[in-house]
Write a protein that binds this ligand. Structure first.
Ligand code: CA
Length: 233
């Protein structure tokens, strides 16, 4: 028997919360919810949930703080942030704090269900990927522990991007393909393409000698991004 996925929805607006609970129960999820920040934080840190949908603007502790606390405890806990904020700065903040994805209100319920499925799928695939990636510049990526050496730490999403690029054996991968395969988007929009670029920029700062002159994640004009791995094996 397939295990039911256990979802936590942290959302103070009753209409949205009730709607989300109904939708995910309909899709076969086991759903719990929290109505304010303190309750959300307590439940989120319980380790009981396969995925947490987290509103940003909450009474009490806000969603960014909750996300940060979750990450201090568990780097692998899948989290999707829900928010009315759409500026680049807020997206960067959410991603920096380690959310796996970021959905802006008003959102399409179908799109949200697909994104939840994609994050859960990647969380499972992450268990089966190669343990190490040897980059062209000598850096050794530990895919299980989301790090390279002692100093470089990756978010789950950054590692998913690296693993997907690595799985494509040096082929350039377009932003659109990354959005579909790594983020689980059904179609692309401008803001989502920027999300890919933000992640690539963050990865380059972590793994390139000179992020302004990348040699590991190379941009192939008109084709996308190519990961340069070590050929010495
Ligand atoms: Ca809210």
């Amino acid at each position: 028997m397939v295990k039911k996925m256990h979802l936590l929805i942290v959302e103070d607006e009753v209409a949205i919360r009730t709607g989300l609970v109904d939708v995910f129960v309909y899709h076969g999820y086991d759903v719990d919810f929290a109505e304010h920040g303190e309750e959300g934080l307590r439940k989120a840190l319980s380790g009981l949930y396969d995925l947490i949908l987290l509103d940003v603007m909450l009474p009490g502790i806000n969603g960014f703080e909750i996300c940060e606390r979750i990450r201090q405890q568990d780097r692998y806990q899948p989290v999707i942030m829900l928010t009315a904020r759409t500026s680049d700065e807020d997206i960067v903040q959410g991603l920096t704090l380690g959310a796996d994805d970021y959905v802006s209100k008003p959102f399409s319920v179908t799109q949200l269900v697909l994104r939840v499925q994609a994050v859960l799928r990647r969380a499972r695939i992450g268990d089966e990927m190669e343990a190490e990636i040897h980059l062209k510049n000598g850096l050794l990526i530990d895919t299980q522990n989301l790090c390279a050496g002692d100093d470089v730490v990756f978010t789950r999403r950054e590692m998913d991007v690296l693993e997907y690029l690595n799985s494509q054996a040096g082929r350039p991968v377009s932003r659109e393909e990354l959005l579909v395969k790594v983020w689980g988007y059904a179609s692309q929009m401008e803001i989502e393409t920027r999300t890919v670029d933000i992640h690539i920029a963050k990865l380059r700062r972590k793994i390139e000698q000179d992020a302004s002159n990348p040699e590991v994640i190379v941009t192939v004009r008109g084709a996308g991004y190519r990961l340069m791995v070590s050929m010495s094996e």
